[in-house]
Write a protein that binds this ligand. Structure first.
Ligand code: ZN
Length: 322
């Protein structure tokens, strides 16, 4: 029997204030929603995510965005890291540099205007911001940071140079479905399997061809459970070495509220139960204990899922809109 497929269940953890005005007034409620997501049925942001992973004894990787806390206070980052570590899960670095111009004292010299994507910054600026993020997570109790994901997957070639400079070994910022992602890399379309850039091991977002032939990344909030399961099974059958799944701290909440999104919650619960049941074929992992040597696989077939699996997603989307 083949070795199990390594599955990285990744969660980008971030806090937003619904725009950039009145940040101080909006922040307390935003933090409550994005971190706890309290409802009468339970706390469906981080607590429920951690609970479902724990119930199924699965490993998750939480890419935590620290720059919001450079604006509002390190203690808020401490809370997030404490919750994740408290459940034995892994914290890595996520960075949304659109916070940079809101932070005083400034972390880099040029904060004259808001620059959303990391790829809009020079290599030196990227290295400074990544280094600052690592230091902030360190203050919150992360003794080591091994992996990185750029906000909105907006990495570029300079990002890999900056990561090498700061000493991070793994990256998961490449998403072939998004034009902004690593747009200046050579052979972009061919980079669907792990590759090495500047000595950094890059674990691309996993994609599959949906029932209508379109490329789609494996995101819990944007795929049916059947698509996620069939994508994993096709990747296993094709002999791929790893599969990267995306979610966020707020994906089990309805947009703009703390009301649980039952469709996404059921999907995530089913995905975790499936992975727990199928440990012989799928092994959830973090980046802290990966040397990455054996993660590089030959060939890059794109998993395909059935029209029915994609049809279910359309039905679920219609149901959620009602
Ligand atoms: Zn993000």
């Amino acid at each position: 029997m083949r070795a199990p497929l390594t599955v990285y269940l990744t969660f980008d953890v971030e806090v937003w204030c619904n725009g950039w005005s009145d940040l101080d007034a909006k922040f307390p409620a935003s933090f409550e929603r994005y971190v706890y997501g309290r409802s009468k049925d339970g706390d469906y942001a981080l607590p429920k995510t951690l609970e479902i992973l724990g119930r199924n004894a699965l490993r998750g990787v939480f890419f935590v965005e620290p720059l919001f806390a450079a604006r509002f206070g390190q203690r808020y980052l401490d809370i997030i890291v404490g919750m994740i570590h408290g459940q034995g899960q892994e914290v890595q670095l996520h960075l949304h540099p659109e916070w940079t111009d809101e932070i005083r004292p400034a972390l880099i010299a040029d904060v004259s205007k808001k620059r959303q994507h990391l790829s809009y910054y020079t290599r030196e600026e990227q290295a400074a911001l990544i280094g600052h993020g690592v230091a902030m997570l360190g203050k919150s109790g992360c003794s080591r940071i091994d992996a990185f994901r750029a906000g909105s997957f907006a990495a570029n070639r300079a990002t890999y140079e900056a990561l090498a400079q700061v000493g991070l070994k793994h990256d998961s910022s490449f998403d072939v479905c998004l034009p902004i992602s690593s747009a200046d890399l050579d052979e972009r379309a061919a980079l669907l399997r792990p590759f090495v850039r500047e000595g950094v091991r890059v674990h691309p977002m996993s994609v599959f061809r949906d029932g209508f032939g379109r490329l789609r990344h494996a995101q819990v909030g944007a795929c049916s459970f059947m698509e996620l399961r069939q994508g994993l099974e096709a990747a296993y059958a094709a002999g791929l070495g790893e599969y990267v799944v995306l979610s966020h701290n707020f994906e089990m909440l309805e947009p703009g509220s703390c009301v649980p999104d039952r469709v996404v919650m059921n999907r995530f619960s089913k995905l975790c139960a499936f992975l727990a049941r199928e440990r012989g074929r799928f092994r959830t992992a973090g980046f802290a204990d990966e040397d990455g040597e054996d993660a590089i696989t030959a060939g890059s077939p794109i998993p395909k899922v059935s029209a029915w699996a994609t049809g279910v997603r359309y039905l679920e989307q219609a149901w959620r809109r009602l």
